[in-house]
Ligand binder design. Structure first.
Ligand code: PLP
Length: 437
């Protein structure tokens, strides 16, 4: 399998190069040259497979030839030692819980796979790879814990001092070992600028092999298709239901793009709902056919506060830039903060089930979609984070305390380890130049 850039002016590359490069040299996003399709017999074999069986079958098609099957199988097992529950709230309405990983959010699925592929390719080249990331919170924690303890890799995270929540800061600064956090006395834009500058620093690049782990990496996208595939097969085997509608709480649109990928591979998905908060660039595109991103608006579902989604170029590519074709498969629905809070309350009252603000956006969008379209298809809302990650919002909405899972309380008790730096590039360069080779 080879990968080419959505901007079409870089040379096609292997999965190894695409993974280690992240962004193509022409600024585009890597996409597979063809989408592998599962034949009917192959699909049948997967029907009563475990999550990891299905994940392996998919991954194998994307890395074919570059990682031997037994090693790929070990990689998959070490990525996903946790469950991916499909919880039935009422007949035909499901929540797929994607928060059983170490940082309690779905980004663990992509980050853990990317980390292990990076480690594999680094050891092949007998190199130590330094992953440099700027984070405003959610991505960084998944990367920190994804790469934790992976041989031949180390992570340097930059986050803006005082601009992430206490929980996020704990997740960013306590992984330890091969993960180091830099607390930047500036904002997220400063962090991003510093990282960009490091990538253009020739002297530094001669000392260190640098890579980024941002959300446009193809090796973060591929693994996100696993849980769509698993849900469709499990839904059929366990409940006898087919062709579900997936409601996907969206920010940078990586998650939704991975769903589209799963559908193109032949997994039986009926429809998608692109559920957004007030940041509705894609919803407006679906309605009007014009992509006109607006500045980011802060909302309660903070991880979805993205004005100009980075994965949208890939989504458009998959639909040949045809907004009508995209609109046949995807309905965009934007949900206000008030409706989000109402949904958190409503779902707790109806089912005794607590959901986080992002999942609430997805749930409310599914309800609106069903009302508007009369659809009676089974519905699956992707639950992108554990409610305990957003304690204040949930406790305000429900006026009650909620339980904190152990893997979160453990992180809260660890000692923060971070190095403070200013916003001058020389400070970052100095830190990086003093890392061991
Ligand atoms: C990142 C994130 C999202 C948005 O996912 P995209 O792939 O960027 O669309 C939604 N919910 C949570 C909790 C997240 O962390």
């Amino acid at each position: 399998m080879i990968y080419f850039s959505t901007n079409k002016s870089s040379t096609p590359v292997s999965i190894k190069k695409a993974t280690l490069e992240g962004l193509a040299p022409d600024g585009g996003l890597y996409v597979p040259s063809e989408i592998p399709v599962f034949s009917a017999p192959e699909m049948q074999l997967l029907e009563d497979g475990s999550f990891n069986n299905i994940a392996f079958a998919i991954a194998r098609k994307f890395v074919c030839g570059e990682i031997p099957p037994d090693q790929l199988s070990d990689i998959i097992d070490s990525c996903y030692p946790f469950e991916t529950p499909l919880v039935e709230l009422e007949k035909g309405t499901f929540i797929e819980e994607l928060f059983s990983g170490p940082t309690l959010a779905f980004k663990d699925y992509g980050a853990r796979f990317l980390a292990r592929l990076t480690g594999y390719f680094a050891s092949e080249d007998r190199k130590l790879i330094t992953v440099l990331v700027a984070t405003s919170g959610d991505t960084g924690s998944a990367v920190a814990y994804g790469f934790q303890g992976i041989p031949n890799t180390r992570v340097v995270l930059l986050y803006p001092s005082g601009k992430v929540s206490r929980l996020q800061e704990q997740q960013l600064t306590t992984a330890g070992g091969n993960v180091q956090a830099l607390e930047v006395q500036g904002d997220f834009d400063d962090c991003q600028r510093l990282v960009k500058q490091a990538f253009t620093d020739q002297e530094l690049k001669e000392r260190l092999t640098l890579t980024s782990a941002n959300s446009i990496n193809i090796s973060r996208l591929i693994p996100q298709s696993f849980y769509y595939a698993w849900a469709t097969l499990h839904l059929k085997a366990q409940y006898g239901l087919e062709l579900p509608v997936f409601s996907v709480p969206s920010g940078n649109y990586g998650n939704l793009t991975a769903g589209v990928l799963a559908r193109m591979m032949g997994f039986p998905i009926g429809h998608f709902i692109a559920a957004s908060n007030a940041n509705d660039s894609v919803t407006r595109y679906l309605d009007e056919g014009r992509f006109d991103p607006h500045p980011t608006i802060p909302t309660l579902s903070t991880a979805m506060d993205v004005g100009n989604p980075s994965n949208f170029a890939r989504l458009r590519h998959f639909y040949g830039n045809d907004h009508h074709a995209m609109g046949k498969d995807i309905t965009g629905i934007a949900i206000s903060d008030d409706a989000t809070v109402a949904a958190i309350r409503d779902i707790f009252r109806r089912y005794g089930y607590v959901i986080d603000p992002h999942t609430a956006v997805g749930f409310r969008a599914l309800e609106e979609y069903r009302q508007a379209s009369g659809s009676r298809s089974p519905g699956i809302v992707l639950s992108t984070a554990h409610p305990a990650k957003f304690l204040e919002v949930i406790e305000d909405a429900l006026e009650k305390e909620i339980e904190i899972p152990e893997r979160l309380s453990v992180v809260l008790e660890k000692k923060k380890q971070a190095t403070m730096i200013g916003t001058d590039y020389r400070e970052l360069a100095d830190f990086l130049k003093h890392l061991d080779r």
